[in-house]
Design a protein around this ligand. Sequence first.
Ligand SMILES: [Zn+2]
Length: 445
Amino acid sequence: MLSNLHFDEQTLSQRLMNHRREFHRYPEAAWREFFTTSRIASHLENLGYSLHFSDEIILRSSIMGRDEVLVAQAQERAISWGADITYLAHMDGITGVGAVLDTGRPGPVIALRFDIDAVEVMESEEDAHRPRFLGFASLAPGVAHACGHDAHASIGLGIAEVLAQNKDQLNGKIKLLFQPAEEGCRAGKAIAESGWLDDVDYFFAAHIGMNVPSGTLVCDPQHFLCSSKFDLHFTGKPAHAGIEPNAGQNALAAACTAVSQMLAIPRHRDGMTRINIGQMHAGDGRNVIPASAVLLGETRGENRALNSYMFQQVENIAEAAAMMHGVKVKLCAQGEAIGLENDLELVELLESVGPESGFTDVLREKDFGASEDAGYLVDRVQSRGGKAIYCLVGSDLTAGHHNGDFDIDESRMLPAVKLLLNAVNALQQPLLRAESASEPSITSN
Ligand SMILES: [Zn+2]
């Protein structure tokens, strides 16, 4: 299928590795990807893409789980690392970049999404950890590319390069979305609601690893969990605990009431649900009626209705507990994931181009069992008549995702690039697809 797209595999492989190792050295957590975005934007602009930043690709009012103090610090650090201040100005505080290649010829609008954020985990300092002994370990203590999004960003740049070099062979429009804040499911909703993907006919996203070995492609992962992450802020009134406790409004008591009731939410007959309150911070001193309390929690459900059921109960309990203790409560959404269902047409397309892209084992289904921010993007595209898919690109790993010892098999980036290029090519050139079914496929040199 790549027969009409020309590129040098060895050069591209080397470039993918170089990109990945640079992103790995400069990891940035959710909403703080200023250096990463700047580097990506610079490559894309050199390749001739038109770039879209900030409010063009993200609806600010739907942003979740963002700490402005940490964001400001990250911006300073990005400058010290050498981020281009022109791009920082375009970002206007919001990371991520969208790139468009418009061929000027009629054809579909195809979007590819690559997440770019790192994880808040300390990278291994063991000598046997490859990024360490090869000299590309994280330069940011406590943050590491421990989910493979450094590879995703690199795959995106690899695809961008081949598409740009072969623009004359392409039709329609290609949109590349380098997404911030996938961890914690904090950006998908805001990107979807910006409308930037509303003209998309076909949407692709992929994740490397995820317990899928090198050489294997999973075209249609199953069972994405819906989840809502939230903070609850209870605000009461302080008072002297001995002289006039009656004058206080006890926020800690309200938070405790809320926790015990939330953990007692009746389970739903229709399927799996979860709730966890993972942190509570409250009070000021032993002899002061506590005027503030914060709870950090999350609900999950095996589908949207079940997660909504859990979250609705949380809202009711928070209001009722606040009322009981005469305090105020404010719920702040920190992240949200909805389910994800692939379109069969694209599942079958990936199955057909998987083998020629370098996958020795092409599976249709595998249990996913986690949450993924792409759900909102997939849903947005599908709700407007487009088709969408999220697949898993296998890679042997040195440790599980979000673990400090995590490292990928870098050789698996090239097959991911070829897979998505083959898929784009097939959708753009349906005739070529039919004709070349029996021909040798790859003509890269
Ligand atoms: Zn991930």
